[in-house]
Design a protein around this ligand. Sequence first.
Ligand code: DON
Length: 304
Amino acid sequence: MKSPILSYLEYLHAEGKQNTAGAPAAYIPELGRVSPELFGISLATADGYTYEVGDARHPFTIQSISKPFSYGIALMDQGFDAVDRKVDVEPSGEAFNEISLTAGSGRPRNPMINAGAIVSTSLVLPEAAGRYERIRAAYSGFAGRDLSLSQEVFESEQSSGYRNLALGYLLRSFGIIEEDPSPIVEDYFKQCSLEVTCHDLSIMAATLANNGVNPISGERLLTDDVVERVLSVMGTSGMYDGAGNWITHVGMPAKSGVGGGIIAVLPGQIGVAVFSPPLDEHGNSVRGVEVCRRLSQDLQMHFV
Ligand code: DON
């Protein structure tokens, strides 16, 4: 017999398909070439059960959904005080690419906007093979499989990402970044260009729901206090200038990416992932936001 959870997801998928609002991101040229029809939903429970419908195994780039994971790795590597000195935890209420640096100190408002995320990347301790390889290996642990780069998206982003490069140089001028910013921004572009599927993202989200332990592999990636911090910042800032509306209507920590992915986390219980490329004015997937809102309402997942 088909699981009632799967039947429910099929219903949400069929309903979500009717919504054709929004458009795929075009400011990274390669992302503008993705089919707006693609649409997948995955759920993973904190005890390792997974459910999926639609294009849940179609690869796309993780983009800003990388930010909470790199922030978590930076906290594990450097500790809370060192990270807090370089990036704040206040919602900016501004767009993801805003030059949102505190006057005087240059400290980005939070690690979910690009400025703060570039700082998190700079704080990840490189392994022998380099900083990006460390990030790639850690994300692979969260997903439970070996992730790899979309070379096309990386090159597309690198050849058009002047604003992020400018943010890197500004952060260097304030001393928030203490080395040459250009390889750090390059590693940030690579982290954003790692390919995942909705299925992978649901397991990454379920790892956060399961207090930092991948529920399928059993590997511990983050400590409890780091997960608590990461989820708090996702709750206040993960959806950028749409964060207030999100927390009011969905009530779960979440993170979106301009590749069309969204993750949401019900601590102790479930990781949700949705993939649908058309975005709203905040850079969040239109269908992704709607599916999460319905899930939260129907399954009473609204917990804050
Ligand atoms: O830095 C950028 O602009 C992209 N690599 C990531 C932006 C993003 O995903 C914003 N989220 N919705």
